[in-house]
Design a protein around this ligand. Structure first.
Ligand code: BGC
Length: 485
């Protein structure tokens, strides 16, 4: 099926934290390979691997030193090939992360002083780094280079034809190895406005900037995707690309999608929405309208490696499960983040000295709490994990949850199994009390975000938590129902 991605469930693997086969405390590709049976049982269609390339890991691998090799901590190219072969044998597709806005400062181009491939200037402008502080760092001869992220992540100069040729070749390298798609990091970056105009404010930049900013969402970025699409299309089997593009409006996002550009863009609105019937309904309406503009089904995300896990963000496991069951009923594809199927919360009390997120040093905010390794067994299943795993997570481990019908893991398995029976691009809202969402998409979905139980009518397919003794839908619970109509 060439457009397999349209309604796919894609499971994001953060390789450092998923599973450790070598026993060195850092997850690896053999670890992922060893858990493919688990992922197949979970019922995912594809995995997306966050970067596993050669890297100093200054930004968890989003600082790439060699785009064509595997970091020794994660394994070898042979491990990657074996992982792809085994995944494909199980019917699981493989998406890899491509990081084209910047390299690592350990990349040979930067090391060898190929300044024309980066953005060097005699004077900095006033741009700020997403990770805090100025976006420019001075080198010994007095020049400055641009880094929208960490100083160890110099921005590439996409006006340089060698940069363009290199990335076309990198895409082919991984397509030749059998990958089914790419997640494009900072897909709205890369091209900067000519002359690098100052923004006239010293305030820090955000990934999503409603203002027209000269470093994001420039028209020229679309030329790059128009160069890339024929490459993807020249391979058999429906190779795809999904953009991490934070842009100001659905119209701007729509420009990334289409037969001559990319297949999908993340819709982060659902992840950013606060918990509640109105807020979810607004965002679903907006997202579905966006999908109509874009002409491609939307994507849904509740957690990833950059944001606090949704158990913590929404305030409880019950709420997280309710939001998940709502998400999984919606048309489009769903991106899951490793560990959400175990109901893992954000780890809030990591000691500062163990935090590795480069943003932490510059802003005090850290993404480490969602990157803590996954517990596989009651004794956690890791030796000296790179971030400490709370001992209490033994009870959240796969071993503890497997076979327990009330567990979050079995809940995800059931939801993904039933989701395969859903189809149709439209959602019909049904009348419902305030704080309750009710919709039809073949099945009826009811979510209660209020404080009192509500009556429901129909045959229960799945509920995100226990129903009341009288069959009513308790607060913070979602249910899938077969109803008469
Ligand atoms: C990734 C982040 C990373 C940044 C810089 C992103 O948006 O998801 O984890 O820090 O790009 O590469």
């Amino acid at each position: 099926m060439l457009d397999w991605w349209r309604d796919a469930v894609v499971y994001q693997v953060y390789p450092r934290s998923f599973a450790d086969a070598s026993g060195d405390g850092v997850g690896d590709l053999q670890g992922v390979r060893g858990k493919l049976g688990y992922l197949s049982d979970l019922g995912v269609d594809a995995i997306w691997l966050s970067p596993f390339y050669t890297s100093p890991l200054a930004d968890g691998g989003y600082d790439v030193a060699d785009y064509r090799d595997v970091d020794p901590r994660f394994g070898t190219l042979a491990d990657f090939d074996a992982l792809v072969a085994d995944a494909h044998a199980l019917g699981i597709r493989v998406i890899v992360d491509i990081v084209p806005n910047h390299t690592s400062s350990a990349h040979p181009w930067f090391r060898d002083g190929l300044r024309e491939r980066y953005i060097f200037r005699d004077e900095p402008n006033d741009w700020q780094s997403i990770f805090g502080g100025p976006a420019w760092t001075q080198v010994s001869d007095g020049q400055w280079y641009l880094h929208l992220f960490d100083p160890s992540q110099p921005d590439l100069n996409w006006d340089n034809p060698d940069v363009r040729a290199e990335f076309r070749d990198i895409l082919r390298f991984w397509l030749d190895r059998g990958v089914d798609g790419f997640r494009i990091d900072v897909a709205h970056g890369m091209v900067k406005a000519a002359g690098l105009p100052s923004v006239g404010t010293a305030s820090s930049v955000e990934m999503l900037d409603d203002a027209d900013v000269p470093y994001f969402d420039q028209d020229g970025v679309h030329d790059i995707y128009r160069e890339w699409r024929p490459i993807l299309d020249s391979y058999p089997g429906g190779r795809m690309a999904v953009a991490e593009a934070w842009v100001a409006s659905p119209e701007r996002l729509a420009r990334y999608i289409g037969p001559d550009e990319l297949h999908q863009a993340f819709n982060f609105e659902f992840m950013m929405a606060s918990y509640g019937a109105k807020s979810f309904r607004d965002v679903i309406d907006k997202s579905l309208a966006e999908a109509r503009v874009v002409g491609a089904p939307t994507t849904w995300v509740l957690s990833n490696h950059d944001k606090p896990r949704h158990v913590t963000r929404h305030g409880s496991l019950a709420r997280a499960r309710a939001a998940t069951l709502l998400m999984l009923a919606l048309p489009g594809s769903a991106y899951l983040y490793n560990g959400e199927e175990l109901g893992l919360p954000e780890v809030l009390d990591l000691p500062d000295e163990l935090r590795e997120d480069p943003a932490f040093l510059r802003t005090g905010e850290s993404r480490d709490g969602c990157r803590v390794p996954l517990p596989w067994t009651r004794d956690l299943g890791w030796t000296n994990p790179w971030l400490p795993i709370p001992a209490s997570w033994g009870e959240l481990s796969v071993e503890a949850q497997e076979g327990d019908p009330g567990s979050t893991l079995e809940f995800y398995r059931a939801a993904l199994r039933l989701r395969r029976g859903l189809s149709g691009d439209e959602v019909t809202w049904l009348d419902s009390p305030k704080d309750v969402l009710a919709m039809r998409r073949g099945i009826t979905v009811v979510m209660n975000t209020g404080e009192t139980p509500v009556p429901i009518d129909g045959q229960v397919l799945l509920a995100s938590g226990p129903l009341g003794a009288d069959g009513s839908l308790p607060p913070d619970t979602t249910v899938w129902l077969v109803t008469g109509e």
